[in-house]
Design a protein around this ligand. Structure first.
Ligand code: DNO
Length: 357
């Protein structure tokens, strides 16, 4: 297991690489080139400069989160081939710079969603929250506007204003699309890229839909054990794998995360892990708690033990944390403050050390 930390990139993250380097046990970052629109090939010089910046700071980079999938690919539009060609070009260039794993998601139109980006907790910290009723009664534009206002310094990945301007058009494109068609489109994409992933030794790691609950009537694909089994079976190569995100999958009450880790881990299909906790307020609503088991609803010992038992040797990172110790939420990226994630990383490393001992 290799402990990493998400860093959004030069000029995209208020947290310095120097600060990340000082977190005990963290050896690398996962990063991206956020300004490059989905569907375009990443220029080699940008990849090189990202890699140099990170390695000069004494950290490594083996995982990209994310190389996003263009909507045409998800929709199966005729222009998808050109976007797939660019995706493969990006993979080839990334592999030249030592990238071994690509995290991506198959969420239609929008990436993750929350009702609150800054929800106050009794201890004076704040965190992200998901209130189903709120999401069910707000229009996508109003939600996009709310994010743009609340997160004034940085764009929410997946909610970029340019993309959001076209949100209704994008949502309309999915009208009437069945889950079956969606799976067919995914298979087309996987069959095109996985042979290249094998050749380049890049593990593809799909991220589950976050949250795994219906939003704006969009088809939801990767939300449960059954769906993941089906997605992995679309192309049986081990290079078609998973980002096991405990918080995304765990947001469906009753989901047995350790069992999924044991099943998919034993099959060698988990390449990257996002480990965080959440606290259910009722059957559908939750907020993102500190990582510690006693603060949330997931048992982090059981989760780490399952990773240990399947001999997980991929990359892991702490996931969303609260904003604490006077971190200014208006300047940071929601969920991605420094301190709570650093504490989370060390808690997970502590569990790992104890399990190993
Ligand atoms: C949220 C993240 C997601 C994730 C993408 C992967 O914090 O977990 O935005 O990076 O869905 O493509």
């Amino acid at each position: 297991m290799k402990m990493t930390f998400r860093w959004f990139g030069e000029g995209q993250d208020p947290i310095s690489l120097k600060n990340i380097r000082q977190i005990p046990g963290v050896t690398g970052v996962v990063s991206s080139l956020l300004d490059i629109p989905a569907g375009e090939a990443w220029p080699e010089e940008r990849i090189k400069s990202m890699k140099d910046t990170i390695t000069d700071a004494g950290l490594d980079i083996h995982v990209i989160e994310s190389v996003n999938i263009h909507e045409d690919i998800k929709l199966g539009a005729p222009s998808r081939d050109e976007k797939i060609t660019n995706y493969i070009l990006t993979m080839e260039r990334l592999s030249k710079y030592g990238i071994k794993c690509i995290c991506y998601n198959m969420m239609p139109v929008i990436d993750w969603a929350r009702s609150h980006l800054y929800y106050d907790l009794p201890d004076g910290s704040n965190t992200m929250r998901y209130e189903a009723n709120f999401i069910n009664n707000i229009s996508p534009e109003a939600l996009a506007e709310r994010y743009a206002k609340e997160s004034e310094t940085y764009e929410m990945p997946g909610w970029e204003p340019e993309r959001m301007k076209k949100i209704n058009e994008a949502l309309r494109a999915y009208e009437g699309m069945t889950t079956e068609t969606f799976y067919t489109n995914m298979k087309y994409f996987l069959d095109a890229i996985i042979p290249h992933a094998e050749k380049l030794d890049i593990k593809m790691a799909v991220h589950p839909d976050d949250p795994p609950l219906p939003i704006f009537g969009l088809p939801k694909l990767i939300i449960s054990r059954e769906n993941i089994c089906r997605y992995l079976a679309l192309n049986p190569s081990q290079y078609n794998g998973l980002t096991l995100c405990t918080g995304s999958l765990g947001a469906k009450k009753g989901a047995d995360i350790p069992a999924m880790i044991r099943e998919f881990g034993a099959e060698g299909r988990i390449h990257f892990a996002h480990v965080r906790n959440l606290k259910f307020e009722n059957d559908t609503d939750f907020y993102e708690s500190a990582h510690l088991s006693s603060m949330g609803s997931l048992n982090m010992y059981d989760i780490m033990k399952a990773f240990y038992d399947v001999k997980f040797d991929g990359w892991i990172r702490p996931d969303h944390g609260r904003m604490i110790w006077d971190e200014t939420t208006q300047k940071g990226r929601p969920g991605y403050g420094l301190y709570d994630r650093a504490i989370g990383a060390n808690y997970l490393l502590g569990l790992w050390e104890a399990i190993k001992a």
